[in-house]
Design a protein around this ligand. Structure first.
Ligand code: MRU
Length: 357
């Protein structure tokens, strides 16, 4: 099985204390700083500020944060409800957050009537289960997705959908890692991913850590690289996949999808079924987070634009289903027109989780 260095694991649960240790991704790659969270509020703040980021990772962080919050209270049910509401307000787009919160709510409700220590233990076990499941999902996504990549050639990715964003080897980067482990000779083309540079700071760091050949470029260079024939496939992660397959991911993903369509290059989404929102009919119904102007005017704290400049800073956009060649999940590869495949995959994943309790 493909693995990654534990240095790339963004979350560590320290049960005896208990505490959640969060790798502060804002400081990478220059510095490795761990936040030691013994209460829920610092975990919420880490999610809001992107110290922990990436759809599956914020779901896992919220699950552990809920454990910390409920433990420190006295009214299990009221505290659990309050924690679920507060974590749900941290970031709006990645549905994995709401999926993990719902699993925690159900785990808590299932223990109604039991003594408090047992209820707390059940919550903690559920958070650990969410983390372990995500690691397995990444491995399975890698297994299903790797055969889709060419035996040799360039693969474009955008943002960071790697180990740093998940509980395992990553989704898009999990596919790439598994393909490389199978012997495919791939060269990864990394969009830097303005404004917060998740591609430059995080994906390039992960590829270097694994010794996978990679080239970094500014976002506006991808079209030229495609035109030069350097790229044979694209694979990115997702924050929310609507029922029809429209997929929200980091801002700039739409541009990549359009460019790939223009050049006849297959564009794949890699995400666990926890990213699929069957309640959401299409991309127009996906809430898109807008973040502060300073991320654009003062990247990394350095003033780039005149003060007072008006700014548009959506954190995500939507790749339309019509431009997606396949959606790679832990249950297999969904193909256009997507709705039937996605619904069946979500059903299978739910049945698997129900069997585990
Ligand atoms: O704002 P971020 O850094 O949380 O955005 C992350 C992304 O857009 C990722 O591509 C997505 O969450 C998938 S992570 C496996």
């Amino acid at each position: 099985m493909t693995t990654v260095s534990s240095a790339l694991a963004p979350l560590h649960w320290h049960a005896p204390e208990p505490a959640l240790r969060i790798l502060d991704q804002r400081a990478l790659p220059a510095e490795t700083i761990w936040q030691h969270c013994t209460a829920a509020e610092p975990v919420m703040q880490a999610i809001r500020t992107l110290a922990v980021r990436g759809a599956p990772a914020i779901g896992i962080a919220a699950a552990y944060g809920i454990v910390l919050g409920v433990r420190s209270g006295t009214q299990f049910d009221a505290d659990l409800a309050q924690m679920c509401a507060q974590f749900a307000a941290t970031r709006p787009t990645a549905v994995n957050l709401f999926w993990a919160i719902e699993r925690m709510r159900v785990a808590g409700a299932r223990t109604a009537g039991q003594p408090r220590p047992e209820r707390l233990a059940a919550l903690e076990a559920q958070a650990q289960c969410i983390a372990a499941d995500d690691a397995q999902c990444c491995a399975d996504i890698g297994r299903h997705g790797a055969p889709l990549l060419p035996d040799r050639g360039g693969v474009l990715t955008h943002c960071n959908a790697g180990a740093l964003a998940t509980g395992g080897i990553g989704t898009a980067l999990g596919v790439i890692r598994t393909a490389v482990a199978m012997g495919k000779q791939l060269h990864v083309w990394i969009d830097e991913t303005r404004p917060l540079l998740q591609g430059a700071r995080l994906t390039a760091y992960e590829m270097a850590a694994d010794g996978i050949a990679a080239t970094l470029m500014c976002d506006n260079m991808a079209g030229h690289a495609l035109k030069l024939g350097r790229i044979q496939a694209a694979v990115v992660g997702a924050d929310r996949i609507a029922r029809n397959g429209d997929s929200a991911n980091k801002i700039g993903t739409y541009t990549v999808a359009v460019l790939c369509a223009h050049h006849g290059i297959p564009f794949y989404i890699a995400a666990p079924t926890s990213t699929v929102d069957l309640q959401c009919p299409d991309g127009d119904h996906i809430p898109i987070e807008e973040r502060g102007a300073e991320e654009v005017t003062d990247p990394q704290g350095v003033r780039f634009a005149a003060s007072g400049t008006a700014v548009f800073n959506p954190a995500f956009d939507v790749a339309p289903a019509a431009l997606i060649a396949g959606i790679i999940t832990e249950e297999g590869v969904a193909r256009p027109p997507f709705s039937a495949d996605l619904a069946a995959m979500v059903d299978r994943a739910r049945a698997r989780l129900d069997r585990r309790g």
